[in-house]
Design a protein around this ligand. Structure first.
Ligand code: SAM
Length: 219
């Protein structure tokens, strides 16, 4: 009775580790954020284990049922749409309940867009913090104001339709910092845009998935 948190590719389907493949091939059940999306990966690797959806809008309804299956002795693997389960997705919710029920939690590390962006950013990697997505409207300014004194490199997830607004908000509140926009990581159009915010604003393709890495406050 183990819950395996299996990291999956963030774009390039070759990035599934051998161990992840073996665990997915032998699990009794695979929980997927979007079963149609994960099926592409599962089919590529010839994985035909049963799947069950686990996503933000059904997590409250199905978590206890999944914990029951684990207690009955089932080996269950959790994958999300991409990357490491638990990073900006509902995995935490299940992990917390499974721990309460004394289930073994087994991380199966692999791709994570936040870490991939950080290490290629050229900004300090010795200390960093992860801020996930900024709120769309309410609370956005406050969240950024709390980061004014942050000395560590700061990582944000951002959607393309909001990136320019986010850059302008960061420039206004944190100042004209050095940033890296890591776009379409591991995919054909992978791109890194590096420079001061004023240098990159409105000068890149606002398309695809992106991680924003921002330098911390200069001491
Ligand atoms: N769990 C995932 C991980 O470990 O990378 C992150 C999931 S989060 C819901 C989705 C966000 O991750 C996207 O909006 C984007 O900011 C970032 N992301 C995921 N894949 C990416 C990629 N290939 N290139 C750049 N950013 C990516």
């Amino acid at each position: 009775m183990s819950l395996f948190l299996v990291a999956t590719p963030i774009g390039n389907l070759e990035d599934l580790t051998k161990r992840a493949e073996i665990i997915l091939k032998t699990a009794d059940l695979i929980l997927c954020e979007d079963t149609r999306h994960s099926r592409i990966l599962l089919e590529k690797y010839g994985i035909s284990q049963p799947v069950f959806p686990y996503y933000d809008f059904n997590k409250e309804k199905v978590t206890l049922k999944i914990v029951e299956w684990l207690k009955e002795g089932k080996e269950i693997a959790l994958v999300t749409d991409s990357g490491t389960p638990g990073i900006s997705d509902p995995a935490f919710y299940l992990v917390r309940e499974a721990i309460k029920a004394d289930i073994d939690i087994v991380p199966v590390p692999g791709p994570c867009s936040a870490v991939a962006a950080l290490v290629a950013s050229g900004l300090p990697t010795d200390r960093f913090c992860f801020e996930g997505f900024l709120p769309g409207k309410k609370g956005r300014k406050k969240r950024l104001e709390k980061l004014i004194e942050e000395e560590r490199t700061i990582i944000f997830f951002e959607a393309p339709h909001r990136i320019n607004r986010t850059l302008k908000d960061i420039q206004n509140i944190l100042g004209d910092r050095r940033i890296t926009i890591a776009r379409e990581l591991t995919k054909i159009h992978e791109e890194f845009i590096r420079g001061k915010i004023s240098e990159v604003l409105d000068k890149f393709t606002v398309k695809g998935e992106m991680v924003l890495v921002v330098e911390g406050k200069i001491k």
